[in-house]
Design a binder for this molecule. Structure first.
Ligand SMILES: *Cc1c(COP(=O)(O)O)cnc(C)c1O
Length: 405
């Protein structure tokens, strides 16, 4: 087990880390501070805080104690020098890109980034004269070639959404460093329990805290960790554009994080069993889960991750028509766009993560139209399998009906 700067296990750290200094008057929980501004009776103190010579807060668009406590917990889990947060995962991603890129820069990335990120690459950055090259996600040689052609920023994500492709972070970080390129990794699917891109040489790691960090599907947030010099630039852009994390959301995310390790253990144990179960189902066409030895990226995942996570996807024989029949018959799954929550969530990429992509674009990304993304929750494993079982039974009855007609 990797240890962090406290020498605590990650499970212990997710419960305790980063909170002590924010506790008030013996309270055992971090307060939710809703104040927009912070008053000073001494003008010189106020001025020193404004100049960053003294710790403190001035205005909540910039900093807030509850937000600080949340950020600190993530920073410690990622073992990073510095951290900043923002209102959503997408604002964390766009703030980072817009804070660090300039006109004329060249970005190399992969085709399988999160749908919103993909839109920034294809729609917005080109408007600012930033050239973006999107490579086949698992063709590492092609990605290396593109990096060698000139690269200011390499942007990666692993495992990817929704087909759980695994990107060889070590190999691509090494290639990027030869070109002095910055490397940014979206670590949302892996979580700071299972993968540490900074330890592999990445410069910045980003999370949509909305997903596993919060874990309860009740708060949006984003976070960026890395060296102070880079994080300060992202923070500066964020304090000016105003995409600040709300204190109540920061509190919910922080509270959710206390069980991050605990949740993940149950979720990924279930995910592995479910993936094996799905592989045996006659109505399933293909199962995507990095924990399966049959998965294309299994070996790399086993090397760079400490666990395979709780996200999996599978395609049904019969495509979208079968999905339409199958999904509503699940009893233990929200049919919704979110992931990483305590409840199991089933979704289809064509209505959630990749709703903005055209059918051709989804095809180019290798996303079957009949794909179901399954975010395994913390429910009892046998209950989840029984639920899938009854849904498959109904689907096969339905299909028999059709063939007998
Ligand atoms: C959800 C998600 C995002 C975007 O996060 P929001 O909080 O919804 O803005 C970015 N990357 C990945 C991998 C995601 O799953």
């Amino acid at each position: 087990m990797m240890v962090n700067q406290y020498d605590w296990d990650y499970g212990t750290q997710s419960v305790w880390a980063g909170e002590d200094r924010y506790l008030l008057q013996g309270a055992t929980q971090v307060p939710v501070v809703h104040s927009v501004s912070f008053g000073y009776s001494d003008i010189d103190d106020w001025y020193d805080v404004a100049l960053n010579k003294q710790e403190g807060h001035i205005y909540a668009r910039n900093t807030n104690p509850t937000v600080d406590a949340f950020e600190e917990k993530v920073r410690l889990l990622e073992n990073a020098e510095a951290v900043t947060s923002s209102s959503t995962g997408m604002s964390a991603i766009s703030n980072t890109l817009f804070a660090l890129l300039s006109s004329g820069d060249r970005v190399v990335s992969i085709k399988d980034t999160y749908g919103g990120t993909n839109k920034i690459f294809s729609e917005f950055l080109p408007e600012f004269n930033v050239d973006v090259e999107l490579c086949d996600t698992t063709d590492f040689e092609a990605i290396e070639r593109e990096i060698e052609k000139g690269c200011d920023l390499l942007y990666l994500e692993s495992p990817t959404n929704p087909t759980l492709k695994i990107v060889d972070l070590d190999r691509l970080v090494t290639a990027a460093k030869r070109e002095d390129a910055l490397v940014i990794v979206d670590n949302t699917f892996a979580t700071p329990i299972n993968q540490h891109p900074l330890a592999l040489g990445a410069d910045l790691v980003i999370h949509s805290a909305t997903k596993f960090l919060g874990g309860h599907a009740d708060a949006l947030g984003g976070v960026v960790c890395g060296p102070k010099e880079l994080v300060d630039k992202v923070y500066h852009f964020r304090e000016i554009n105003g995409s600040t994390l709300d204190p109540m959301s920061a509190y919910l995310l922080l509270r959710g994080m206390k069980t991050l390790d605990l949740r993940l253990k149950q979720q990924e144990a279930s995910a592995l069993e479910i993936a094996h179960y799905l592989e045996r189902q006659p109505l399933v066409e293909e199962v995507f889960y990095p924990g399966l030895p049959s998965h294309q990226g299994h070996d790399i995942a086993a090397q760079q991750m400490e666990g395979f996570g709780s996200m999996l996807s599978f395609s049904l024989k019969g495509g979208l028509d079968a999905v339409r029949e199958f999904l509503p018959t699940l009893n233990h799954a929200h049919l919704a766009a979110n992931l990483g929550a305590v409840e199991t969530i089933a979704s289809i990429p064509r209505t959630s993560s990749h709703v903005e992509s055209s059918a051709e674009e989804r095809k180019a990304m290798g996303i079957p139209e009949g794909l179901i993304r399954y975010s395994t929750g913390v429910e009892n494993t046998e209950d989840l399998i029984a639920d899938l079982d009854q849904a498959f039974e109904k689907l096969s009855e339905k299909q028999l009906e059709y063939t007998n007609r």
